[in-house]
Design a protein. Structure first.
Lengths: 154, 286
């Protein structure tokens, strides 16, 4: 039986009718049309569905949406400011950290949390931080470079 | 999976009522990561989820007797440290850091313990610290030694109408330290083998107390190796002793074979990891 859940997504509050089994990812993609978060494995193994839930990176495919009542979600669509890519997004473009792009929205959301606390990050910490995000294309170095560029220039 | 109902009880009594009403179909929801991973593999039949979000149960309370972790505390909260006076807790911090960020931000202390999976990291660390699980039932809170919580694969000793509210780690005496190490195929995978060790060393360098716990499919639950502990107890912890403890631990287990590794391989790795966990714990002794 469907239940009503209220979640704030990228600043807008949505009231969604969802089944108990529905994941946050399903609601974002299939109800709200936000296809930035990707459905890769749908099982907590790849990271391309990563979003911020109350500021913390989570696999949205593993979050039961009814458990997210009252939470604030940020997807990659919520990062640009006035139609301009934010510094992290620009850094990915500049470093060539995107090939097929399938992992990119998740990578960027994970890196957003890593960068949020303002502490210095060495490359190892970045690698450790993005360990839950798989990339089949880039070999990771350019992703680490992009995150490091932002970390250094904060 | 037929997920048929999602409940958000207001207090413990309501949780217990729902557990009684739905019996085997009731599942208590922490972060949902484990339940989801069962669901996607088709391992859950009809399920009613009981979300504990309206119950406090969050936080880390440090007292002279020890540290109490609320069941809904996210594993991420354990990924920092250990602090100077918290070296005895080292294994817990090590284990929490092995979870991918996205999992430790969602998964809870209570959930990872209740799952009764030998492949999880934190329970191995909790067992090395003589963790005590608080289970709330209709007669109040029952304290269960974490070793007694594990009956078998995905099988815990909670009664039908009990749910986990806390994990308490009794404070270890001065001269104690612990560490956890893990061997997995990649940074995101479950353990092939893991090991946690805790040692207490007196002023003369003798080991007065030790725990050795092995996880990751060396048994159908986290395995406390009393054989290895016996080697350490009363000994001076030089390289030879640590090596002997590792050997004792390896002979003590009959690991499973699965797609991750053969039993023989796990057995060999178990000995190495026990030695490494002991070495890391010893290096932390103040
Ligand atoms: S789709 Fe969520 S982790 Fe792969
Ligand atoms: S750019 Fe293709 S998976 Fe990362």
């Amino acid at each position: 039986m469907k239940q009503i859940v209220n979640i704030e997504v990228n600043g807008d509050v949505h009231e969604v009718a969802a089944e108990p089994r529905d994941s946050l990812l399903e609601v974002l993609r299939d109800h709200l049309g936000l296809v930035g978060p990707k459905r890769g494995c749908d099982g907590g193994g790849c990271g391309c569905c990563t979003v911020l839930l109350d500021g913390r990176a989570v696999y949205s495919c593993m979050v039961y949406v009814l458990s997210a009542e009252g939470s604030a979600v940020t997807t990659v669509e919520g990062l640009a400011e006035d139609g301009q890519l934010n510094p992290l997004q620009s850094a990915f473009v500049e470093a060539g950290a995107v090939q097929c792009g399938y992992c990119t929205p998740g990578m960027i959301m994970t890196a957003t949390e890593l960068l949020a606390d303002g502490e210095d990050l060495d490359d190892d910490e970045i690698r450790h931080g993005i360990a839950g995000n798989l990339c089949r294309c880039t070999g990771y170095q350019k992703i680490v470079d992009a995150v490091q560029n932002v970390a250094r220039n904060r | 999976m037929e997920l048929d109902g999602f409940f958000t009880p207001e207090n413990s009594d309501e949780v217990i009522e729902l557990l009684a009403q739905f019996g085997d179909e009731a599942l208590v929801l922490g972060g949902g990561t484990f339940i989801h991973s069962l669901a996607v593999r088709g391992l859950l039949a009809r399920v009613r989820l009981i979300d504990l979000r309206n119950l406090a149960l969050v936080g880390i309370e440090s007292a002279s007797a020890g540290v109490r972790l609320g069941a809904r505390t996210r594993c991420a909260a354990l990924a920092r440290g250990p602090s100077e006076d918290g070296r005895w807790l080292g294994a817990v911090h090590d284990a929490a850091r092995h979870l991918p960020l996205q999992v430790r931000n969602a998964a809870t202390v209570g959930g990872c313990v209740a799952a009764a999976s030998p492949f999880f990291d934190l329970p191995v660390a909790f067992m090395a610290l003589d963790g005590v699980v608080g289970a709330r039932g209709s007669n109040g809170i029952r304290e269960i030694d974490i070793e007694a919580l594990y009956l078998g694969l995905f099988e815990n000793s909670l009664q039908q109408t009990e749910f986990i509210v806390s994990v308490t780690l009794p404070r270890m005496p001065a001269g104690s330290a612990s560490a956890f190490v893990k061997f997995a195929s990649n940074a995101n995978d479950l353990a092939i083998v893991s090991a946690a060790a805790r040692v207490t060393v007196d002023a003369s360098g003798r080991c007065t107390d030790a725990r050795v716990v092995i996880g990751g499919g060396v048994a159908n639950r986290p395995w406390r190796s009393r054989a290895a502990e016996g080697v350490l107890q009363g000994a001076t912890l030089g390289t030879d002793t640590l090596e002997a403890a590792g050997d004792a631990a390896a002979s003590d287990v009959e690991p499973l074979s699965d797609h991750r590794a053969s039993g023989r391989y796990r057995k060999a790795v178990a000995g190495v990891l026990v030695r490494r966990a002991l070495t890391a714990a010893l290096a932390r002794v103040p």
